[in-house]
Write a protein that binds this ligand. Structure first.
Ligand SMILES: [Fe+2]
Length: 639
């Protein structure tokens, strides 16, 4: 599958392929089978200050330092050090004599990060699939916003007279604007910097003094996952600026000590050219602490907190273990491709606009106590080499992942990178190549970078694979999935659900670049042989479900029950039912004009799926996160 080339051959690929790559690199990475024997490369991009003057000369552009003789220009914030773990900071720019749509403010972290101009960094943003307009600074700013976001700025509704002439006439009028920044504890100090000339050719005008967090070591962003099918032990994972051991205190006086780990820029993937994760997008992740708590009972609430006397403690959090494998009932939420979005009006790299409403709707549902667990099946945070975005993502999912088992599968935006061993040689992970993902979301896998596993909850056996690692006939993963599915005791767990990231079937307009026919060719027979009931995939950003199908054809269609709900009869098993559920945040994908025969329901709205299983029935509902209404439901019956 992989071709090892010489440096000169790689350089050739770089030149030939890059424009093509930039056109096609998006959330739907091309299957390798579409471009055999080709290495994708990024352009040689300046990534240090030494390179920049050379570029300036090449382009014959005058890049100045924003000369300003405006003595009135000020940038102030309504916050002082030390900062709390979460705060909305108001940034006010005043003294602007000529309001324009070119002024903007960035939140920089750490405060000494480069705010110089690196125009070719637009290619590094695009490398990960984000084609929006973003600030072209030499170090990725955490977030940024134009002053025109304040609706009163361009019309100068907030004005001051700085100099009055004869008769009281104002000779010098200045305007101001205020912006809000959602700031969470990212450990490193922050600074707000005022620029002119837009995101595309920024020059610095003014900056605040650095602001420090009160406790960079504070244990934050705790989340929990299952370690086995017994549901008597759970893994707690959190982030802290300190690597000193900490504890989880839980139940009635029990305690367990954490192990701390981290990763560095050297752990990121790159090549001849540094990836965003190695350089421009790097942000120190602090330390990822993890501890397995034991002696729990399945389906039982308990409270816990994590931290230490030295670094402080989290709040007390209430958690419920999932039902044990083989028990009678399970309710879980499943979705793919969620990501994150700012909770203010700023822009940041790779915004997933539906994520906030989906998280809010799921958090409401979790708070009812009726949900047992969550499965997020690839394309997790979309940090894709801009590491500080993991902190914002973990903060976003805390209301879910700190209260229920949050299980994950790996996607292209966590894993893929050139020369990194991923099946698809695209730059979709921005150089992360799975390292941050596997640090934050440690699943019950056999070892590092083998992110496939199975787990049982209630009457369901989940076989979770990585579509980004070799799944060819004879590969380690292929052998594992084959033996895992063959070993399922269908008396104990009557339902077998197969989970991965890239789909086998979609009728989205992007179908040609979203489905790898070689993957379908190799893996689909295993689904049929092992009588998989339901297949869940993401990657395509909509909701679609099929008939019971195999090799592109309907083998059986559901019947309507007395309530008009599509009901599949798996007592007379024919073939797997497949659902694409990548509608949890990323900008939605349109469907082809005409639905194929095998496609029974197509919805391109933001939402998630709610799945309820008993030993006789598996029921899936698509929930629209904005209305909370169920817009599709179906049942699979087994007697
Ligand atoms: Fe994807």
């Amino acid at each position: 599958m992989f071709v090892h080339t010489s440096h000169s051959a790689k350089f050739f690929s770089l030149i030939i392929i890059t424009p093509f790559l930039l056109l096609l690199s998006n959330s739907h990475a091309l299957p390798l089978s579409s471009f055999p024997n080709v290495h994708f490369r990024s352009l040689n991009i300046p990534n240090n200050e030494h390179d920049i003057p050379h570029f300036r000369t090449l382009n014959r552009r005058r890049l100045h330092d924003c000369p300003s003789n405006n003595p009135y220009l000020q940038i102030i914030v309504n916050a002082v050090s030390p900062l709390p773990d979460e705060q909305y900071i108001s940034v006010t720019v005043s003294g602007v004599t000529k309001p324009s749509d070119k002024y903007w403010v960035a939140m920089i972290s750490p405060s000494h990060a480069s705010v110089k101009y690196c125009p070719l960094h637009s290619l590094l943003y695009k490398e990960t699939g984000d084609f929006s307009d973003l600030p072209l600074l030499c170090h990725y700013p955490v977030k940024a916003a134009y002053l025109k976001n304040d609706p009163e700025f361009l019309t100068c509704k907030k004005s001051e007279c700085k100099k009055q002439g004869d008769g009281g006439k104002c000779m010098i009028k200045t305007c101001s604007a205020s912006l809000t920044f959602h700031v969470i504890n990212i450990r490193t100090d922050i600074e707000f910097v005022l620029f002119n000339n837009g995101f595309e050719a920024p020059c610095i005008l003014n900056r605040t003094t650095p602001l420090k967090f009160a406790n960079p070591n504070k244990p934050v962003y705790g989340h929990i996952s299952s370690v086995d099918s017994e549901a008597t032990s759970m893994r707690v994972t959190w982030v802290s600026g300190s690597n000193e051991t900490q504890q989880v205190e839980y139940g009635n006086g029990k305690s367990v000590t954490s192990a701390a780990a981290t990763f560095t820029q050297k752990d990121m993937c790159g090549g001849l050219v540094k990836s965003p994760a190695e350089d421009f997008g790097w942000h120190d992740p602090g330390y990822i602490h993890t501890a397995v708590i034991t002696d729990l009972r399945p389906s039982e609430k308990f409270s816990y907190k994590y931290g230490s006397g030295a670094v402080g403690w989290s709040d007390d959090i209430e958690f419920r273990t999932p039902p044990a494998g083989g028990s009678d009932e399970l309710t879980f939420l499943a979705f793919g491709d969620m990501g994150k979005a700012p909770r203010d009006s700023t822009v940041e790299h790779y915004i997933q606009p539906g994520s906030l409403s989906v998280v809010a709707a799921m958090a409401d549902e979790v708070s009812t106590g009726k949900v047992d667990s969550i499965f997020h099946i690839g394309d997790i945070s979309y940090a894709t080499g801009f590491l500080v975005e993991w902190d914002y993502f973990l903060h976003l999912i805390t209301p879910l992942a700190s209260r229920l088992s949050y299980m994950t599968a790996i996607g292209n935006h966590e894993r893929d990178y050139i020369d990194s061993g991923s099946v698809y040689i695209t730059p979709d992970s921005g150089g992360e190549c799975g390292v941050p993902y596997e640090s934050y979301f440690q699943m019950p896998t056999s070892s590092k970078d083998k992110p496939w596993y199975s787990i049982e909850q209630g009457p369901v056996h989940f076989t979770v694979i990585s579509t980004e690692h070799d799944w060819k006939l004879g590969s380690e993963q292929y052998k594992w999935m084959k033996s895992d599915m063959a070993s399922v005791d269908r008396q104990r767990t009557p339902w077998l659900i197969f989970v991965g990231h890239r789909p086998m079937y979609t009728s989205a307009k992007s179908a040609l670049i979203s489905v790898d026919p070689v993957f379908v060719q190799f893996v689909e027979p295993l689904l049929l042989q092992n009588k998989v009931d339901l297949v869940l995939f993401g990657h395509v950003h909509n909701y679609e479900r099929t008939c019971a199908m195999y090799r592109g054809k309907c083998m059986a269609k559901p019947m309507k029950d007395e309530n008009g709900i599509d009901t599949y009869d798996n007592s007379n098993y024919t073939a797997p039912i497949q659902a694409v559920i990548g509608m949890a945040g990323f900008t939605l994908d349109n469907f082809s004009d005409k639905a194929p025969e095998w496609s029974l329901k197509r919805i391109n709205k933001f939402g998630y799926t709610r799945i309820h299983a008993t030993k006789e029935e598996l029921k899936l509902e698509f929930v629209n996160s904005n209305t909370k209404k169920v817009e599709d439901s179906f049942r699979i019956m087994k007697t």
